[in-house]
Design a protein around this ligand. Structure first.
Ligand code: AMP
Length: 126
C-alpha cells in the first residue's frame, strides 16, 4: 500500500533482493514471517536487522496492511532474536527509521537491534 511521503513498495530495494536470495546476507534467524541478519555496516558490537517477509515500506504500512499473523510473527521474531543473541540481560536498543527525517535508507520496513555495549543517549543532540 502506498504510504504518504514514502511512496509504493519498490521491489528492487536491497532487502527485497536479500529475501529473494539474489544477494547474500549473514543470517541470524528466519521463519515464515521474518528474516534477521547482521547489518553490513555495524554501528554496535551487535547490530542485527529484522525484516518482515512481506512487502511493507514503513511501520504504518505494516500496521495497516499486514495480517494479524504477520504482525504477531514479526514481533515474536524480534523478541526471539534479542533473546537468542543474549541481549535481554545486558540490555539493548531497537530502532526503526521511517522516511526522510529519520534517514531511512532501505524502503522495506525493518527494525535494528543494537547491543554489546552501553549505547549512550537515545538521540544525538543537534
Ligand atoms: P535504515 O537507514 O534504517 O534504512 O537502515 C538500513 C541499514 O541497512 C543500514 O544500517 C545499512 O548498513 C544496512 N544495509 C544496507 N545494505 C545491506 C546489506 N546488503 N546487508 C546488510 N545490511 C545492509
Amino acid at each position: 500500500m502506498p504510504v504518504p511521503g514514502l511512496g509504493p513498495y519498490d521491489d528492487s530495494n536491497i532487502f527485497a533482493r536479500i529475501l529473494r536470495g539474489e544477494i547474500p546476507c549473514k543470517r541470524v534467524y528466519e521463519d515464515l514471517w521474518a528474516l534477521a541478519f547482521h547489518d553490513i555496516n555495524p554501528q554496535a558490537p551487535t547490530h542485527v536487522l529484522v525484516i518482515p517477509k512481506g512487502r511493507y515500506v514503513s511501520v504504518a504500512d505494516f500496521a495497516a496492511s499486514a495480517s494479524d499473523a504477520e504482525i504477531a510473527g514479526f514481533v515474536r521474531a524480534v523478541g526471539k532474536v534479542a533473546q537468542d543473541l543474549g541481549l535481554e540481560a545486558p540490555g539493548y536498543r531497537i530502532l526503526a527509521n521511517m522516511g526522510d527525517h529519520a534517514g531511512q535508507e532501505v524502503p522495506h520496513f525493518h527494525v535494528h537491534l543494537f547491543g554489546g555495549r552501553s549505547l549512550g543517549p537515545m538521540l544525538a543532540r543537534s
